[in-house]
Design a protein around this ligand. Structure first.
Ligand code: ADP
Length: 169
């Protein structure tokens, strides 16, 4: 049910794609910038109504010009060395994203590698936490039948592929 793929999440034709956003939800660089650019300015307009998002939390909007129907914006933790609750916050944003998708009865969802870009969460630590959260928490949401982890670069794809195999696929 969890697939690791390499590519651009803005092209995913899933019910929802997940955005690695920041607390303001008003756009940024990396995958956030790519999603806003592809969705068009109406996405930012809706995001302005949401009042931001706590770290570890998630909020849902429309997908506008994206092929995906919804964008689920999560805010991953900035890596501060591992002693600031980063692992639990990373788990929490995956859990909350699945909850929003499950509550809407969605079937397919695509995630980027949250926090491992500008937020500097070490990839070899983030990948197993993200996958454990997806495997564990998706069990509560029976409509969710397809989860894709969309990796932009080779190192990210390798780390998630390794972590999935280590968790028994
Ligand atoms: P964060 O601030 O949470 O670290 P970033 O956007 O900086 O978020 O990076 C998260 C991951 O998203 C990185 O692995 C980055 O390479 C990847 N990424 C950037 N653009 C895209 C895209 N269009 N599709 C999928 N992943 C992307």
């Amino acid at each position: 049910m969890i697939r690791i793929v390499q590519g651009d999440i803005t092209a995913c034709q899933t019910d929802a794609i997940v955005n690695a956003a920041n607390n303001s939800l008003l756009g940024g660089g990396g995958v956030d910038g790519a999603i806003h650019a592809a969705a068009g300015p109406a996405l930012l307009k809706e995001c302005r109504t949401l009042g931001g998002c706590a770290t570890g939390g998630a909020k849902i909007t429309g997908g506008y010009k994206l092929p995906a129907k919804y964008v689920i914006h999560v805010v991953g933790p900035v890596w501060q060395g591992g002693g600031a609750g980063e692992e639990a916050l990373l788990y929490s944003c995956h859990k909350n994203a699945l909850r929003l998708a499950g509550e809407k009865g969605l079937a397919s969802i695509a995630f980027p590698s949250v926090s491992t870009g500008v937020y500097r969460f070490p990839l070899h630590l983030a990948a197993p936490i993200a996958l454990l959260a997806l495997q564990t928490e998706s069990a509560q949401w029976p409509t969710i039948t397809s989860i894709a982890m969309v990796c932009f670069d080779d190192a990210t794809f390798a780390a998630y592929t390794r972590a999935l195999a280590a968790q028994g696929g």
